[in-house]
Design a protein around this ligand. Structure first.
Ligand code: ATP
Ligand code: MG
Length: 425
């Protein structure tokens, strides 16, 4: 007996029962990106390992332990992308997209991180992200947040998404903050958990992110980044808050929000939801003014976000979002070869009107055909047999209600079906 090959742990198939949710979400994403004037960029899944090491930072969770890295046949080190901002910046530099002009871009696709699979956390997952290059002013920070908010509205989940924002200032200000954090947490070295003791040396800001309840009291009393901001960063943050308020975007300022990647500067933000439990972050982003230069481009500022789409789908499910199902609206049953042709003609007319129509294939008894129609969850059945061919009619039958079937003349079928679908018969 041969052994069945299974999928890789943490890498999921998306089955037809789920993909209609994804399609509804993707339609909303395409729409929102378009009305805000963002253009799509498609990037490879595989990049040189150094791209991520340099941009995300050697001392981050992602680079330390989450990357899928391997040597190719030539011995070059390649990595499956754990996120796409670095790739996007690489592509913009490589193709000269942002030297002389500004750019508003978006991307969507799979990302790969070697994490412990659990609800809301997978090894292959998907992100939608946007990036804006070339603006130093906080108006673009506000715009980026507005794009995420527009998507929540488009998907009817705005009430389930909460925004937290913070400023982590310039690299210089952060350096001073970092030094004070190290001496503060150093006083409590023995009370720190293992992760935090390690971070004290590698990435002390991340200690603020710790979810360990035993650490919260110490973290509560730690120095606050806001006190270290220079006047320019402070003014930028104020302006961002004002712009968000002017558009009625609710937010809370979270002084502990630092985000996991090294390249952020000034504005950082996160959208969380009350519907998901532990893995509740659905979108994270901010400004990254040094990243383009770090990767070999000019001194071009950037800002953007990345959204976790598996988590967003889960929010849609929890909030009873009405994703338009892929099930057929009409199922056409035919008996005999003339009826088969007539059924095909009718199906093409219905499809031309945008009605999802399945034609029964493979012949068989009418009762069997109708059973198939039912299994496909079709809304209406159409039956054409020899009698209908003679009388130039078809039988239209509601498959979801007890309404009586009716015989409709051929020329009125499309209109009748449109009317019935409209009234959800
Ligand atoms: P978390 O704190 O949950 O690990 P993160 O800070 O690592 O998130 P980002 O790198 O900011 O996440 O990615 C943006 C979004 O991508 C997250 O808010 C989340 O919705 C989603 N995401 C990140 N990692 C995963 C994963 N392993 N599986 C599913 N979604 C993920
Ligand atoms: Mg993570």
């Amino acid at each position: 007996m041969s052994i069945k090959v299974q999928s890789v742990r943490g890498m999921n198939d998306l089955l037809p029962s789920e993909t209609h949710w994804w399609q509804a979400m993707e339609r909303a994403i395409h729409h929102v990106a378009a009305i805000y004037g963002y253009e799509e960029i498609r990037l490879p899944l595989l990049e040189r390992t150094e791209l991520f090491k340099r941009s995300i930072g050697e001392e981050t969770d992602i680079v330390e332990k989450e990357m899928y890295t391997f040597l190719d046949n030539r011995g070059d080190s390649l990595t499956l992308r754990p996120e796409a901002t670095a790739s996007c910046v690489r592509a913009c530099i490589q193709h000269g997209l942002i030297n002389r002009s500004k750019a508003r871009l978006w991307y969507m696709g799979p990302m790969f991180r070697y994490e412990r699979p659990q609800k809301g956390r997978y090894r292959q997952f998907h992100q939608f992200g946007i990036e804006a290059f070339g603006w130093t002013t906080p108006d673009i920070d506000a715009e980026i947040i507005l794009v995420a908010h527009a998507l929540w509205q488009q998907l009817n989940i705005a009430e389930h998404a909460q925004l937290e924002i913070n400023s982590i200032g310039t690299p210089e200000a952060r350096q001073r903050f970092r030094a004070d954090l190290v001496s503060y947490f150093g006083n409590y070295r023995d009370s720190l958990d293992q992760d935090s003791q390690r971070r004290l040396v590698t990435n002390p800001l991340r200690i603020l992110d710790s979810k360990n309840p035993n650490m919260q009291e110490i973290i509560e009393e730690a120095p606050v980044m806001t006190d270290y901001l220079d006047s320019e960063s402070a003014a930028r943050f104020d302006r961002l808050c004002n712009l968000l308020a002017s558009q009625d975007i609710g937010f809370t300022i979270n002084h502990r929000l630092v985000r996991g990647l090294d390249y952020y500067t000034d504005t950082v933000f996160e959208w969380t939801t009350n519907l998901l439990g532990a893995q509740n972050a659905i979108c994270g982003g901010g400004r990254y003014d040094g990243l383009v230069e770090l990767l070999g481009g000019g001194p071009i500022p950037g800002a953007g976000f990345a959204m976790g789409l598996e988590r967003l789908i889960e929010v849609l499910r929890q909030s009873n979002y009405d994703a338009e199902l892929a099930r057929p609206q009409v199922y056409v049953c035919t008996l005999g070869s003339d009826a088969e042709v007539e059924g095909l003609n009718l199906a093409q007319e219905l499809r031309a009107e945008g009605i999802r129509t399945t034609v029964h294939c493979g012949g068989g008894k009418l009762s069997q055909q109708l059973k198939n129609a039912d299994r496909a969850s079709a809304v209406l059945g159409v039956i054409i047999g020899a009698d209908e061919i003679t009388s130039r009619t078809a039988i239209v039958k509601s498959l979801r209600t007890d309404a009586e079937q009716q015989s409709v003349v051929r020329s009125e079928i499309v209109e009748t079906i449109q009317g019935m679908l409209h009234s959800k018969q």
